[in-house]
Ligand binder design. Sequence first.
Ligand code: MOS
Length: 765
Amino acid sequence: MTQVQNPPVTGSTTAGRYVGQAIDRVDGVVKTTGGAKFAAEIPYANLAHAALAHSTVSRGRITAVDTADAEAVDGVISVITHLNAVAMQPPPKVSPVDIDSLASGTTVNYLNTDEVSWNGQPIAVVVADTLEAAREAAALVTATYDVQPSTVDFAAEAPNAEPQPSSLILPAGGSKGDAEAALAAAPVSVDLRFTTPMHHHNAIEPHATTAAWDGDRLTVHEAAQNVSWIRKHLAHKFSVPPEGVRVLAPFVGGGFGGKGNVWAGTIITALAARMTGRPVRMLLTREGVYRTVGARTPSIQRVALGARADGHLTSLIHTSVTQMGKVGGLPEAVTSQSKYLYAADNILLKQDVVKLDQISNTAMRAPGEAIGTYAVEVAIDELATKLGMDPIALRMLNEPETDPLHGKKFSHRLLREVYARGAERFGWADRAPHAGATRDGKWLVGTGVATAYHPSFQLRANVVVRVSVDGEVLVRCGFHEMGMGGATAQAQIAADALGVPFESVRVEYGDSRLPLAPGAGGSAQTASVAASLLAACEKLKKSVLDLAKKSAESPLRGQRLADLRARDGGLFHGGGGETYAAVLARAGVPSVDAAIGSETKLGELTGNLKFFSKFLMDRRRWVKAACGAQFCEVRVDSDTGEVRVSRWLGVFDVGTVVNAKTATSQLKGGIVMGIGAALSEETLVDPRSGRIMNPSLAEYHLPVHADVPRIDVEYLGEPDPTMPLGLLGIGEVGITGVAGAIANAVHHATGKRVRDLPITLDKLL
Ligand code: MOS
C-alpha cells in the first residue's frame, strides 16, 4: 500500500508562509463528500441521453445504415447519422506555437461524412429519454460498408516510416559528429531494439459531455483539460460566436493528456442537443473512450551506445518509429530526453512516423519521455554491465556540463545530487555487483535505477486577481484541475504574494468565461499561471497603494511599493501600514481588480508577455528541465516469472515545490502509472481489423493497490533561477524512468533483459 506521508525537503526552497507547505487541497472536502458535480452529473430539466454506434471497419465508405431497430426502442427521440446530421464546419486549424498543437486534433468530419477512417469511428448517435434506452438502441444500429484496403498494423508498417514533422514545441531529431562510425569503432558497445505498446490514459472519470443550446448560445459541461480550446473549436464547428459558447470543467477525474483535445463525443453531443432542441448528456462507456479518444502511440526504438573501456561515451544513437492517424495526431518526441542526458562525443537522434488507418494518437503523460527514457536507460544499464561498471558511476562519468548537442547551458541540473541522495537513502552501495546473486526463497531479488527527465515549459495565461473590502481575495483564471492540486497551489502563491491568510483566497478555474488559460499540459500549468498571477498581485498592490495615497490619513502616504512588505492582509513598513480592507473601506471602494492579459480581445491568450518573452528568449540560452533518479527493488518468482515491485524511491529535482502534499501525490501517481507501463499495460490492436481488442479495465491491466509498494518520494526543492517562482513542473517527470528502473532491476534479479514492454511473465520464463 502506498503510504501517505510528507517527504523530507532537502536543500533550500522558495518557502513563503504557504508556498512549500503541505496544505490540504481546497477541493478535497467537496470531492470526498460527494458535493462535486462532474460533467455527467449536471442536472438539467428535460435532459436527454446520447450513445454512440461505432464503425466495425477501418477504412471505407458507409453504403447503408439501418436505424429502424434503434428507432423502435422505447424512449428513443432521434437517431442521427451522416444522412440526417446538420452540416458543421470542418475542424479548425491549430496554431503551431500553441499548446493546442501538442494535442493536435483530427481532420474527421464527425457524422458529416460517409467516410470511415478507423475501426470504432462514430457512425451514429442515438438520443433517448434514458441512458439505458440510448445505449440499447445504439447497439442495434448496423451499417454496411464499401470496405477499402487499410493499413492498421504498426509493427508491419514500421519499415515504411517517414521523417517526423517538426514543430516549434517539438523539434525532431538532431546530430553531432558521425555517431555510426564512432559506434563501429568503439571498443565496447551495445546496439539494441526496444518496443513499447499502445497505452490508454484510463482516467477514472470516462469522457463525458452535457450540452445545452439557447438559440446560438451553447453551454457545455465537459470532462476537459482545455476549456478555451474546446470553446474555440465548438464555436467554429457550429458557426456561432465564441462569446456565446461556455465550457465548464470545474471538476475532472483525471486527464493525463486524454482530455486535452476535442474528441467525437463532445462535438456529437453538441450536435445532438442542437438537433433535438433538448439538453443532451453523453457519458462514454469505458469501451467508448477506447474507440473515440486517442492513446499513446506504440514505439519501436533503437538505442546504440559506444564507449571507451573507461566508460566514456563516444557514440549515442537513439531512433524511434511511432504512429499517427492518417486523420491526425501527435508526432511523439521519443528521443527528446536523449538530447540532454549524456555527454557523448557523437550523437544521432531520429524520429520517424507511420500514419495508419487508426484514430489519431494523442499526448499521454510525458509523451516522448515516458517511453523514451525506458529505452535509453535500459541501454545505459546494459552498457554498464558490459563494461563491468556500476550503472550510476557510468551515468555520472558521462554527465554533461552543457547541452551535449548545442552547448546551451542548463538553467538547473541537479542530476548528480539526486543520484547521490537516492543512492545514500536507498542503500545502493550494498548492491550485489552481479545479476542473479540475491535469492529469498523462491524469489529472485534485484535492484535497478534509471534517470527521470522532463522538459520545463511556460505558456501564456491571463489572470485577474481581486481584493475586496472584506479582505477576501479572488483569483480568476480558466486553468484546469484534474486532481493535481492546481487551485490549491495558486491560492498558496496568491496568499504569499499579497500577504493574506490562505483561507481568505478563493480561486475560480475550469470555466471558459474566466480569463483564458492554456490547456493543462506539458507540466506547464502551475508555472504558466503563477507567472501571470505574481504579476497581477504586484499590479494589485500598486493599485491599492495608489488608492491609499489619495487619502491624507493613510500611513502609506509617501511610501514606495518596493519598500513595503505584503503581510497581515495589507502593506506594511517598519513604522506601520494598513490592510487592503482598510484602504478600500476608507475610499468607499468595494473591490480592486488587477488583470494580466485579460483585457485583450476575447479568444486571445496574451498572459504575462514580459515573463513569456523572457521565457522564449531564455530557451535560446538555457535548457530547462525537471529530472530525477528512480530507484527500485523487484522480486521475481523463480517458478512463474511473476514480477513484484517491492520498494521504490524517487528523488527529484523539480525546482520549487509549491505544495509538498499535492506534489508528492503527483510524483507518486506518475510512478504508479510507470509501474503499469513496465509490467502490465498494453492496448492490443487486432492486426487484421485494426480494432482495439481489450477496451475495458478487465482486460487492460492497470496496477491495483496490491501491485504498488510503499513509494518514497523526495525532492531537492532548489528553485530554478529562470522559471516563474523557480518552478520546473511536476506533472510528468514522475512517470519517466520508471519502466527503465524496473527493467534494470528485473535484469539484476534474473540476468534476463526484456526489451519489449510490458515485462510479463511469459517473457521471463
Ligand atoms: Mo499532458 S500528456 O501534458 O496532459
